[in-house]
Ligand binder design. Sequence first.
Ligand code: NAD
Length: 378
Amino acid sequence: MRIAVLSETDRAEARVAATPETVKKYISLGADVCVQAGAGERAGISDAEFEAAGAAVAPGAAEAAKDADIVLTVRRPEAAALSLFKPGAILVAIMDPYGQDVALKALADAGVAAFAMELMPRITRAQVMDVLSSQANLAGYRAVIDAAAEYGRAMPMMMTAAGTVPAARVFVMGAGVAGLQAIATARRLGAVVSATDVRPAAKEQVESLGAKFVAVEDEEFRQAETAGGYAKEMSAEYRAKQAALVASHIAKQDIVITTALIPGRPAPRLVTREMVESMRPGSVVVDLAVERGGNVELAEPGRVVTHNGVKIVGHLNVPGRLAATASSLYARNLYAFVETLVDKAAKTLAVKWDDELVKATCLTRGGAIVHPAFQPTA
Ligand code: NAD
């Protein structure tokens, strides 16, 4: 059983799919691990550290992927790289499969068994494999750090000999994994924090972190959670009522952090140009959903823009801004999943194709797209 860890084909990606810690674990599973030279460099892991953990280091992707039964990456590799994989090889990554028909066909055509880690069901057994949570948690933390760095004032209330400075008011929109960590981080920095979400369950979680919950709590709100625990897309009527409440709240905030996502759909637009213009100069808005269409009207992917003195932060790949920590958690998520694909006694690959985790994440196999949610449209 041979496992390859490749450098990311997207040069903007600083994370890596394995760490010396997980390399050692794969070796104890009976695998040979080969890491592409430089794969861990931007996550602070040298080739020598991988070698010390027992991995071989190959000069390029072709050498690393050659004969590999399992290939680990952070992002879905470009189609051109798939020709380096042996037919039937397992590829485990964050696949970003929605609306990517051409890329999915390329995976199928390459004969790769591609597993999308972000489709992992959110059940107890799979919590340790939940890349959305491990990465979103770091994004929520980093959003507050980025906001604090852009904000020209202090976050906590300070009583000094020169007088008192007030605490910053931080409003977090979307109180899922990222939002809850943003609330906790902003609280630790001493801000006065409020938050909103469309899922009723979020209210208690927000309040348990010491933040104020701000939302229109009508009948639609009470029904607004899917069986999977995700947000539903809300009606136009609800969005209008919520927008009015939020608009008056945002005008009083120093920092707004938006994290709202709906799986497989564009991010809901929550902050309009008018809302940004209602904020005082020096305020900061961080849009964590910018990659998925954005929660904030004026946010630009990959840029910090200033509008009427308000800074709007649209960093891409925010977990990648903490590449070392993000890699270490991502690598553990991956190991926990790969372990389930292996017969530990025989030390061989033994994928249980009817396992619910396998069925939920396997996109392509045997030359075809096998996931029911991603069947090509006629
Ligand atoms: P997400 O990243 O899909 O979305 C972020 C948040 O945005 C969610 O809380 C969502 O409700 C909210 N949102 C969507 N539309 C909104 C709008 N118009 N206005 C305001 N907020 C809006 O969510 P997530 O962080 O992945 O978490 C979703 C849920 O799954 C949470 O309840 C979380 O606690 C739960 N969860 C469960 C497990 C598990 O059981 N293993 C693991 C992780 C998360």
